[in-house]
Each structure stands twice: as C-alpha cells, then as structure tokens.
Design a protein around this ligand. Structure first.
Ligand code: MLT
Length: 408
C-alpha cells in the first residue's frame, strides 16, 4: 500500500495563484468576451533584454559545435557567472561575497523551499504575516508544522505581523528563534527593510545563533540609494544569513529560469551533539546530489545582464515597471484608496473598501472591472483587508486597468 506524505493533507487549500487561476477560469467560462487585465501573479510581460537574447543565441550556436558543446555543467553554476554576480551584485556594493559562495539555480522559489533540506526539524521558525506563501507551505510539506488554524496559520510557526501599524517592518521578537524568513523589498506589501531594521535583525540573529533566510528577489527595484539591497551590507550578516536572488523579475527570466543563492563560508549550524557544521558544505552537498545545474545557454544569458548593454537594458526594464507602479499608486490614491508599497518594489498594496474582505474585493474587481489582482488574505491572516496589484504588465493594460477601477 502506498503511503502519501500526510503533511500535504495539512495544507489549507490550493496554492494562492492556482486558486486565483481557478476563480478566473470560472469567470471567463461564464464571460468569454470579457477582456481581462491581469495584475495578479507577479509575472513579467516585457521581452527579454537584447543582450541576454544575443548571448543565448551565441551559446546555442556554440552548442552546435564539437568544441563548444556543453554537457553537465558544475552543479554550483559556471565560475564566470558566479564571478560576474559576486563582483557586480556584491563587491561593487562593498559586500565581501566571493564567487564560490554563489550557487546558481533555476529559481528563488525552489531555493527558498529546498534550503529546508539542510536545516534540522526542531528549529523554531518565524515568517512574517502577510508572507510569500512558499515559505509557509514548504515548511508544512516537510512536516515542520502542526495543524492549521481557522485563520490559515499553522501551529509550530511563529508569525510576525507586518501591517500599516508597524509600517510593514517586522518587529524584533522578544523570544529566541532559530530561523527567520525576511523578504525585502517585500512580496506582497512592497515595503523595504530600512538599514536600521535590518541591522536590528542581524544583531538579533547573531545574539541568538539564528539564521536569517533573506529573500532579495526584488532588490533591483529599489530606487532610494540609502536602502540596503543585500543583507550583507550589514556588518555581521555573513555569520547569520543566506540570501536569495533572482534574474526573473529584473531581467525577464520568469520563463527562462535563473537565480542564485548566497551561502557564506562563515555560516554555521549545529549538529545534535552541538558540533558546529558549515552550512556551505551541506548546501553544496545537497545541490551536488539533487541538482544538475542551470543550462549553459541560460547561464550565458544571465551573464549578459552584467555587460554594459545588459545593465542599460535591465535598468530600462526595471524603470518601465516602476513607472507602472507610479501610475498605479497615483491613480489608486486619487480613486480614494490607501496606497502602500510600489516605490521600491513592483507591488502596490492597498486597503480594500471597509464593506468587503480581500476575496470579496477580488471577486468585485474581477466581475465589475475585469481586473485580476491578489487578495491580501491569501498571503496570511494579517493580509486580510488588503489587496496586491502587480506592476508587471504593459503600459496600456495598466492604464486601462486603472481607468476601469477609477470608474467603479
Ligand atoms: C508573486 O506573484 O508573488 C510571484 O509570482 C511569486 C513568485 O515569483 O513566485
């Protein structure tokens, strides 16, 4: 008799985005002529930068020659890409991150779940609320939580509310925790951790021998030069943090797949006998066993992000989406919504009208404006009463969506 992983049975419902897709399908089946504008899932819409496409085409041609053919690459990623990342994303910002500490992968979503493979089962784990649902669901799937409560939370996880009351900055807990997920710029709220807040978290982690899992997938959308892009801009972070980064949103790689995770050499965990263990060794072991690397062609495309042309094109792409975010912020504020985020992140977070909850507003917007967003409560119980709009779409679609909402 085949036994299933019963942890999956604890999962509350479908993953948020498939659930949205399901509701949208019900609507479009009934209203086939409706022209939907999708500002729900944060999937990019604009073409891949030319520099990346050119590099990938060259790589394809290379693969067609006996000398340029590449089979399995290094599981950690090709050294030339790791070096380009270490230099451009970290060393030029004053962070002492070396190429060997970069692990190239096919996505931050996978890495932020897979990281649980190398962490013990009895860690006290904290997530913010609202939160990118992958952090919670992946903990449920591997059995690190107990049952779920009515409000969607799980026993065994500590929740750190981020709401307008604390300016969407997670507060430092009074009790010791072992693993803390932080996401900045934040998905879903669009808020960014200040240097002060991040320093407080690093100090807390160092004091409590804790590990911060820092998701910086949206760092390139930060426009204020004072705000930190990497946790390694904070002194001591190399002893207490793993950072996840992605080419998905900044360079249009959501369908192409390339990301990376930084595991500093200094990072230690503890075995059950108290012995200190290098997390780098464990992650390297995990990746070498379970992962065969990202394709040579895609890594060449990612490397081109750091060429002069690539940097210009990525900047234009990011600016394009941030102009969309500006437009969403402005139009929704004028329409009377309380508007957050969207200044250093491609997500705008708004309060829904008082008479509705987040899913009511989702249905209302879908039904009346044919606009798809993401209900805040889908990200956690503290997201109830909020709604997320993504800036990833064409200018025309964003303008039309805002016009439709304004006319409601
Ligand atoms: C989102 O809409 O939150 C994103 O698509 C998440 C992701 O990148 O997986």
């Amino acid at each position: 008799m085949v036994k299933v992983n019963s942890n999956y049975l604890k999962l509350k419902a479908g993953y948020l985005f498939p659930e949205i897709a399901r509701r949208v399908k019900v609507f479009t089946d009934k209203n086939p002529a409706a022209e939907l504008i999708r500002l729900g899932i944060g999937d990019v819409t604009e073409p891949l930068p030319k520099a990346c496409r050119d590099a990938m085409k060259l790589a394809i041609d290379e693969m067609g020659t006996p000398d340029g053919f590449h089979g399995y690459g290094p599981e950690q990623g090709y050294l030339w890409l790791r070096q380009a990342i270490a230099k451009n994303d970290f060393q030029l910002r004053g962070c002492d991150i070396k190429a060997e500490e970069i692990f190239v992968s096919d996505g931050s979503k996978c890495d932020s779940s897979n990281i649980l493979d190398i962490l013990g089962e009895d860690n006290r784990i904290a997530v913010t609320d609202p939160v990118y649902p992958v952090y919670v669901d992946s903990n449920v799937m591997v059995g690190r939580t107990g049952k779920s409560y009515e409000n969607g939370r799980y026993s065994g996880l500590e929740y750190l509310p981020i709401t307008a009351d604390n300016s969407f900055e997670p507060e430092i807990p009074g009790n010791p925790l072992d693993v803390i997920y932080l996401c900045s710029p934040n998905n879903p709220t669009g808020a960014v951790c200040s240097r002060l807040n991040l320093k407080a978290w690093v100090d807390y982690a160092l004091k409590n021998d804790a590990l911060i899992l820092f998701d910086a997938a949206y760092e390139s959308f930060i426009r204020d030069p004072q705000l930190p892009h990497s946790i390694y801009e904070i002194e001591g972070a190399k002893e207490c943090a793993i950072e996840f980064r992605s080419f998905s949103k900044k360079a249009g790689f959501t369908g192409t797949r390339c990301a990376f995770t930084v595991v500093p050499r200094e990072l230690k965990g503890h075995a059950s006998n108290g012995q200190k263990i290098d997390l780098w060794d464990l992650w390297n072991r995990r990746q070498s066993t379970k992962f065969n690397g990202v394709s040579y062609i895609v890594q060449r495309g990612a490397e081109a992000v750091y060429s002069d042309a690539g940097k210009d094109q990525v900047n234009s792409l990011v600016s394009f989406y941030m102009e969309n975010a500006d437009l969403i912020r402005k139009e929704l504020a004028e329409a009377g919504f309380q508007v957050y985020g969207g200044q250093h992140a491609p997500y705008v977070w708004i309060n829904v009208p008082e008479s509705m909850n987040s899913w009511d507003f989702f249905d209302y917007l879908l039904d009346k404006a044919h606009v798809v967003g993401t209900p805040g409560s889908g990200f956690g119980s503290s997201g109830e009463g909020y709604f997320r709009l993504s800036a990833f779409n064409s200018r025309n679609n964003v303008k039309n969506a805002m016009q439709r909402i304004a006319q409601l």
